[in-house]
Design a protein around this ligand. Structure first.
Ligand SMILES: [Zn+2]
Length: 200
């Protein structure tokens, strides 16, 4: 079985006896939203090669990690907000939010170029780990659930062979290398502290 990301979408469980039953969130949920014991903050600082994935993008606002899981999810990547802990897009300053979504879409463009999906899915959930991140899920032209959200069991599927996985990572990195993130014009607020994009 592949290594699971801390917030791996769970395999759907049997319906509750009372589907209308309302349940509370975990007792320390507000603290976790504020950053308590955040595994994604630790992840951002970790090495490129994770048990569950390879870092394919290191942007000003987003770190992209290709998930080593799901042979039928070629190119599946998690984009993580990398400028400290934040929970919601609405927690960001406007320029930060613009930078986040710009890099998320740029990473998605790289995945699209490599995986040629029938449809790209963007899932910004955070119901398990409340650190801002977006799951970029390229849906195959042959797919387990066309026209519907991807079933949870797909996330637990056996990963692609390692050489295939590494090749996908290299292709995504190569595309990004050939296509620098198109930051908006000369808006310095999108390039805090100076940027490689001011060079040319
Ligand atoms: Zn965090």
């Amino acid at each position: 079985m592949p290594q699971a990301l801390p917030d791996t979408p769970p395999t759907p469980a049997a319906p509750a006896a009372d589907p209308g039953l309302l349940q509370p969130w975990r007792p320390d949920w507000e603290e976790r939203k504020a950053g308590k014991d955040c595994p994604h903050c630790a992840l951002i600082a970790a090495s490129d090669d994770q048990p569950w994935g390879l870092k394919v993008f290191e942007g000003e606002y987003v770190t992209g990690i290709l998930w080593r899981a799901g042979n039928n999810m070629r190119g599946y990547t998690v984009a993580l907000w990398n400028r400290g802990h934040a929970c919601e897009p609405t927690d960001l300053a406007p320029a930060e939010a613009a930078g986040y979504w710009l890099e998320v879409t740029h990473l998605a463009a790289a995945i699209t170029a490599v995986a040629d999906p029938a449809k790209m899915n963007y899932e910004t959930l955070g119901n398990a780990v409340p650190h801002l991140h977006t799951h970029l899920i390229p849906r195959g032209r042959l797919d387990p659930a066309p026209h519907q959200p991807l079933p949870g069991w797909c996330f637990d599927a056996e990963p692609a062979p390692e050489d295939v996985f590494a090749s996908v990572a290299d292709q995504i990195r190569s595309w990004i290398s050939a296509h620098p993130t198109p930051y908006v014009g000369a808006d310095a607020s999108l390039t805090p502290g100076g940027s490689r994009h001011e060079d040319g």
